[in-house]
Write a protein that binds this ligand. Structure first.
Ligand code: MRU
Length: 326
């Protein structure tokens, strides 16, 4: 079984070690990755995922490249491949850049910077979610709280603490959580597989619901606050997050339910002026047209499978980072 002390991603004995998120909830197992190619493959099949964890992966990947690279140009090429492994979460390229900046000082300096980034992520996520927990308490009246979340923005999506689920950890410790409604999060089920697993581990009451039931749960007054993470926050406050987030924000706004986004500031991208300029990852059709290898659509069916969507700033009650509500 996993433990709350286990980092989702770490550097152990010269390798990147991750919790294999494709194996959960059935099995908690670690994967040891010793090359950039192995790490990219793990990122692309979502064995390691979630914006802050991808930032850590980017930095540790550059540390791997710096150890094995034969020249600076070689390491830079590997770093570029890593940065492009997934396009939407800004943290990945940010982590790569931050570690790569230390390359002139040598491979040890690159690793040291990556390890600082990991330690900071733990601290910043804890602080950001603490601020967000206070905000949620200010924005709501009913106690204990009934929360709704989408995808997985927990320990597994960060180095060790979580963002949206970090809020749950703070509120649960204060005895303020009645339950968490967990969107299953089609098509890859990060909510049902990962968020539910984390909540069970921590003893937080929860119910998994089909994504299509979330709007009516909000309309029926079963939700006091929606709390989600983010993959990229544009300069104007628009937020890219797991596909389905936008629909939740619309429903929450319609029913005057607070909608709170929590992220470390590494997810804020001042270079992207607005959400419509964020590149949205399109994933394979088979994720939508099959289930566990069994076809759920006619042979050859085309699919629209964006991994993320963009929620405009005007639908968001607050974006909260370690600096507090923005
Ligand atoms: C703290 S994680 C925030 C986001 O990265 C999370 O909500 C999300 O959308 C993850 O998508 P994924 O495709 O699983 O990497």
């Amino acid at each position: 079984m996993g433990s709350a002390d286990q980092r989702t991603i770490d550097w152990i004995d010269g390798a990147v070690v991750i919790v294999d998120q494709c194996a959960l909830p059935g099995e908690h197992r670690l994967l040891r990755l010793t090359t950039v190619t192995e790490l990219i493959e793990a990122i692309q099949r979502l064995a390691v995922r979630g914006a802050p964890a991808l930032g850590a992966a980017g930095a540790l990947g550059v540390a791997l490249a710096a150890r094995h690279g034969t020249s600076a140009a070689d390491v830079e090429r590997e770093a570029e491949r890593l940065a492009q492994a997934r396009p939407t979460a800004v943290n990945l390229a940010w982590g790569v850049r931050r570690a790569l900046a230390k390359l002139p000082s040598g491979a040890d300096a690159v690793l040291e910077e990556a390890l600082v980034l990991l330690a900071e992520d733990e601290e910043l996520c804890r602080t950001a979610s603490g601020h967000a927990a206070e905000l949620v308490l200010r924005e709501t009246a009913r106690r204990p709280l009934r929360l709704l979340t989408h995808c997985n923005a927990g320990r597994l999506a960060t180095v060790s603490w979580g963002t949206a689920l970090g809020v749950v950890w703070h509120l649960h410790a204060a005895g303020q959580v009645e339950y968490v409604l967990v969107d299953e999060t089609r098509p890859l089920m990060q909510g049902a597989r990962l968020t539910a697993w984390e909540l069970a581990q921590e003893g937080v009451p929860y119910r998994v619901l089909p994504d299509v039931a979330a709007a009516s749960a909000i309309a029926r007054g079963l939700v006091d606050c929606v709390v989600v993470g983010a993959d990229r926050i544009a300069a104007n406050g628009d937020v890219a997050n797991k596909v389905g987030t936008y629909g939740l924000a619309l429903a929450a706004a319609r029913h005057r339910v607070p909608f709170v986004v929590v992220a470390p500031s590494s997810t804020v991208d001042p270079a992207t002026p607005s959400g419509d300029l964020i590149e949205i990852e399109e994933r394979a059709a088979g994720e939508v047209t099959t289930w566990g290898g069994v076809p759920t659509a006619p042979a050859g069916a085309a699919a629209f499978n964006p991994a993320f969507d963009v929620t405009p700033a005007e639908l968001i009650t607050a974006v909260v980072t370690e600096r507090g509500p923005g």
